[in-house]
Design a binder for this molecule. Structure first.
Ligand code: PEP
Ligand code: MG
Length: 599
């Protein structure tokens, strides 16, 4: 029977495909597609882990004290039987063969299948054996994590490699940003998660992949089963499981329509973003990896406004990239952008972007109760000065090869500004002493904490430019965890407090003759284009896939008319409704033919 699940729309469009469930587990499980040549090796790796665990159980049983309760020995026998049961590892081997999952993923996927079977058992005693199965799998996963890691995934594979012609869509309770990164350029054509908010980092990476996604769908990973046919409506935030033929046909039609619309918009790619009254607007890209550069250029970006460098630090078991590796990555990003400016943000680890497996002091940020308010971003960098200076040296050296702007996340106070500047000066001295060439950089501050927006003159004194991180500015102004779907309905970019901070930041930066840009998700949402233009913003940084839609709005805008409406919008109790009305009145209707001659 068809069911509908509602969540939050985070990435537009329609995806139709077969569900691939990624199970959540108490052990941190890497999810990678292995190379077909590694299938036998991966199965052998899994069986070796089984042998290790079996031996552990046998040793435990052998070493049981003579007076141990008889149930304990019986329990170990059950665990031994479970770990050797074909229903677990035989079926997991099939996942490896047919879907090319790595061993950890295959074992946890099979646990999910078996756990559901246990849940459906009539007999309470047998139903409770699910806990034993989970414990056995946890041991297996821990054993796998101690052994040789899986082979590296292959990029750009398609669903046919996985035993079927249908597209695949990913369904999970949660997907860590690091996992999302490894799914980038993989086979999936859509994502659904139980948790997450619209600007959680998982949603942001989904958007950067430009595929339909719904987050905060609560029970989705319990209601959907492996291989179910599902529709993801990324515009409405709706997931339809097992749709009827009529609904399926309707969505296939909408899918074709949205593809047509995209290819129509793509024709605006190389049209300069200039408003009707001749104001030039800079549309630049948010990227996660140097490899995203060519896609940004292809989408018409005139530079990079936000390279989230922390993604270079993920998926490496907590081993941080050294100076050479970072230098090479930043240099590649600069070269990929062919002389256009590249804004690289220093590492923003913490909150919903934890680093796996870090030791001692580096782990502190994960231990706090509320990581969004904890040792995050510049706070972490300043607490690890040698790591911070390593990154600054790599950035300064890469600036020798092209225009780099360094952007510092989450600054809130004068003291942090002073320490940041000292570290930068120190990094320059170190490079001079070592005789290594480096280039000039512009230095920018992210304005994403209300304290920074409210004391902007201090920032304008020390920095060449500011970039407003609206995702965090909204989170910290409204005290709404951006990654928590339970409060997602309260996360409101239209809140007058947010709009006032935004407007005053843009206004003061312009008055001081400093560059100002917005790089949060608001910049890429066409619903805000007129408002931001009206506030005086001329630099928007967003995922490459959003550039064409925003450009279309820019081409139709007259900033003089918009500017006259902005104060009225801000004075209203409901700025969202007022903006639709007032900006519509200020808009000039442009015949489509005129727009297309601009192409
Ligand atoms: C922001 O907070 O708006 C921003 C761009 O940074 P991030 O989303 O990476 O926190
Ligand atoms: Mg931020």
């Amino acid at each position: 029977m068809s069911i509908q699940i509602f969540g939050l729309p985070v990435s537009r469009g329609v995806a139709i495909g077969r569900a691939v469930l990624v199970a959540s587990s108490r052990v941190d499980v890497p999810h990678v597609f292995i190379d077909p040549a590694s299938i036998d090796g991966e199965i052998a790796r899994m069986l070796a882990a089984r042998d290790v665990v079996s031996t552990e159980f046998e040793t435990l049983k052998h070493d049981l004290p003579a007076d141990a309760p008889a149930e304990l020995a019986a329990l170990l026998d059950v665990h031994l039987m479970l770990v050797q049961d074909e229903a677990l590892l035989g079926a997991a081997a099939d996942w490896i063969r047919q879907r090319h999952y790595n061993a950890e993923w295959a074992v946890s996927a099979q646990l999910e299948v078996l756990a559901r079977q246990f849940d459906e058992m009539e007999d309470a005693y047998i139903r409770e054996r699910k806990v034993d199965l989970e414990q056995v799998v946890e041991r297996l996963l821990r054993s796998l994590s101690r052994g040789v890691p899986s082979a590296v995934p292959e990029a750009g594979r398609n669903a046919r490699d996985f035993g079927g012609d249908e597209p695949l869509v990913l369904v999970a309770s949660d997907i860590a940003p690091a996992d999302m990164l490894s799914f980038k350029r993989s086979v999936f054509t859509g994502f659904v998660t139980d948790v997450g908010g619209k600007t959680s980092h998982t949603a942001i990476v989904a958007r950067s992949m430009d595929i339909p996604a719904v987050v905060g769908a609560r029970q989705a990973s319990n209601l959907i089963r492996q291989d179910d046919c599902i529709i993801i409506d990324g515009d409405a935030g709706l997931v339809i499981v097992d749709p009827s033929p009529i609904v399926l046909e309707e969505y296939r039609f909408r899918q074709r329509q949205s593809e047509l619309e995209r290819s129509r918009l793509a024709r605006l790619r190389h049209t300069p973003a200039v408003t009707l009254d001749g104001e030039r607007v800079e549309l630049v890209a948010n990227i996660e990896m140097p490899e995203d550069g060519p896609g940004a250029l292809e989408a018409g970006a005139v530079g990079v406004g936000l390279f989230r460098s922390e993604f270079l630090f993920m998926n490496r078991g907590g081993d941080l990239p050294d100076e050479e590796e970072q230098y090479d990555a930043y240099k590649r990003a600069v070269e990929a952008m062919k002389g256009l400016p590249v804004t690289i943000r220093t590492v923003d680890i913490g909150a919903d972007k934890p680093l796996e497996g870090l030791s001692s002091s580096e782990l502190r940020h994960e231990s706090v109760l509320n990581p969004a308010l904890g040792l995050r971003a510049i706070r972490w960098s300043l607490s690890e000065p040698s790591m911070f200076r390593r990154q600054l040296r790599a950035l300064l050296r890469a600036a020798h090869h092209g225009p780099i702007k360094i952007l510092i996340p989450m600054l809130a106070s004068q003291r942090e500004i002073t320490q940041t500047l000292e570290n930068l000066a120190h990094a320059r001295r170190q490079l001079t002493d070592a005789g290594k060439p480096f280039g000039e950089v512009q230095l920018g501050a992210m304005i994403e904490v209300p304290a920074a927006a409210l004391t902007l003159p201090i920032f304008l004194k020390h920095f060449d430019f500011v970039s407003v991180g609206t995702n965090d500015l909204i989170q910290y102004t409204l005290a709404i965890d951006r990654a928590d779907e339970a409060v997602a309905h309260l996360y409101d970019p239209w809140h007058p407090a947010v709009l006032q901070l935004l407007q005053s930041t843009i206004h003061q930066a312009r008055a001081a003759g400093k560059g100002v840009s917005v790089c949060g998700e608001m910049a890429g949402d066409p619903a805000f284009t007129e408002l931001l233009l009206a506030m005086g913003l001329r630099s928007f940084s967003m995922h490459p896939s959003q550039i064409a839609s925003v450009k279309q709005r820019v081409l139709r805008a007259d900033t003089r008319r918009l500017a006259t409406a902005v104060d009225k919008v801000l004075a209203c109790e409901d700025p969202e409704a007022a903006s639709a009305e007032l900006f519509a009145a200020a808009a000039i209707s442009v015949p489509a033919s005129k727009l297309m001659t601009a192409v």
